[in-house]
Design a protein around this ligand. Structure first.
Ligand code: ADP
Length: 158
């Protein structure tokens, strides 16, 4: 039985994240999205808002995907959820170094937990939450990047 966590900031969720979450369901029996409540980053959206946007998009489409928030170490969240796999998305080579470091550290901390990477869908390989926020800030069209509920929340916020 594979229980996977898909951790991240999701500030806010984009179609790139949704694509990875959908594909995670093909690999794992259970998928739990973990929304990181990280005091070192100052997200645009609160943890509750980020969870709600995920519930309204991924959660509505895939009721089997659980959405939780967590703080602290990803490995501790994985243990709490009884997970044996971390799923992360890889876009360009620029993601690789950081992701490799995180995967190796997590392996040291908790060797029973594997990390696997799903290559970004080519449609979304340029897409990040930061770019979406930047485009939204200057009034650009973000309808191809995020679901309409997220678009609306961004418009309200900015
Ligand atoms: P973090 O702050 O942990 O990097 P993000 O919310 O930016 O969190 O991303 C969560 C995960 O989703 C990461 O593994 C990231 O590489 C992946 N991801 C983000 N955007 C995309 C995308 N467009 N395509 C594929 N994976 C993505």
């Amino acid at each position: 039985m594979i229980t996977a966590i898909y951790p991240g900031s999701f500030d806010p969720v984009t179609y790139g994240h949704i694509d990875i979450a959908e594909r995670a369901l093909r690999i794992a029996d259970r998928v739990i999205i973990g929304v990181l409540n990280n005091s070192e980053k100052t997200p645009l959206f609160s943890t509750e808002e980020r969870v709600k946007m995920l519930q309204d998009t991924v959660g509505k489409k895939y009721p089997d995907i659980k959405i939780e928030s967590f703080s602290g170490l990803t490995v501790d969240f994985a243990k709490e959820m009884g997970a044996n796999l971390i799923i992360r998305g890889l876009r360009a080579v620029t993601d690789y170094e950081y992701e490799l470091q995180m995967a190796q550290i997590n392996y040291k901390l908790y060797p029973e937990l594997e990390t696997t990477f799903l290559m970004s869908n080519i449609k979304y390989s340029f897409l990040s939450s930061s770019i979406v926020k930047e485009v939204a800030k200057y009034g650009g069209d973000i309808s191809h990047f995020v679901p309409s509920v997220v678009e609306q929340k961004l418009r309200e916020k900015l």
